[in-house]
Write a protein that binds this ligand. Structure first.
Ligand SMILES: [Zn+2]
Length: 253
């Protein structure tokens, strides 16, 4: 276990290092829905809700957890991975064995990135994981440096949205469960992001009645999706959001 001071250092040390900076002021703001660990209910319930609103999300998978139990309920099966890709959602990397982003030696973390990609290719031979979400904590600096070499962008936490000077190697995200299912708080964040023409990346794990402490109830999740869709922002998986951002940057030059 990390002490409080160590956790503070872990949260902040890598922030100023190994940055891949962009300036984010979008023609049209973006909201992305992401799920860490890919518990079954994230697709069964969460994915069904996204589909109802004609939008898609990003699922960060640890291939070493497939078919196993987790604190957010059972993790997806191989069939569900295929279904997810067919439905047009994005699969992202969460390392093969769900490595702690601060405690794991950086070399081992990088091996787990490569192993995750190789394991996925046994199921989906041509699928390339383009983005990563750091498991459990913010990354240690050398882990951030190495991860940045493998992906178009890497997502952390931070409970805020991305605007202005933004680091593609450590994007901020807002975990919905940490709002205590407070729709007003999420709506306020969405409005602020839209006003700033930023990019809000929402995150959670399971979506089910009686969710785990890391997930949310379907009703709350649906309310958030509805707010996002109505907000005027584009709702896009993370890799597609990056393409929009990069095209805008190219057009500005
Ligand atoms: Zn995770």
């Amino acid at each position: 276990m990390l002490t409080r001071v160590e956790r503070y250092i872990a949260r902040n040390l890598a922030k100023g290092l190994y940055r891949r900076p962009i300036h984010l002021r979008l023609a049209r703001p973006i909201i992305s829905f992401t799920f860490d660990d890919f518990p079954r209910t994230a697709l069964q319930r969460g994915g069904a809700i996204l589909k109802e609103y004609d939008v898609r999300g990003t699922y960060y998978i640890s291939m070493g957890l497939v078919g196993k139990e987790s604190p957010s309920g059972p993790i997806c099966s191989v069939d569900e991975i295929q279904k997810l890709a067919e439905d047009g959602h994005e699969l992202g990397c969460h390392t093969y064995s769900h490595c702690h982003s601060w405690n794991t030696p950086s070399e081992r973390f990088e091996e787990a990135i490569e192993k995750n990609q190789a394991a996925l290719q046994e199921i989906l031979p041509h699928y390339r994981l383009e983005t990563l979400s750091y498991p459990i904590s913010e990354p240690r600096p050398d882990t951030k440096r190495r991860a940045g070499n493998h992906f178009r962008a890497c997502r952390a936490g931070g409970q805020t949205f991305n605007q202005g000077r933004t680091d593609l190697n450590q994007l901020s995200a807002y975990f919905l469960e940490q709002s205590g299912e407070n729709l007003e708080a999420v709506d306020t964040l969405i409005s602020r992001c839209v006003h700033a023409r930023g990019w809000l990346i929402l995150a959670t794990h399971d979506v089910q009645e009686n969710p785990s402490p890391y997930g949310c109830a379907p009703r709350f999740f649906e309310d958030v999706v509805q707010s996002a869709v109505k907000s005027g922002a584009q709702v896009l998986p993370v890799a597609e959001a990056l393409s929009v951002i990069q095209n805008e940057a190219a057009a500005a030059h």
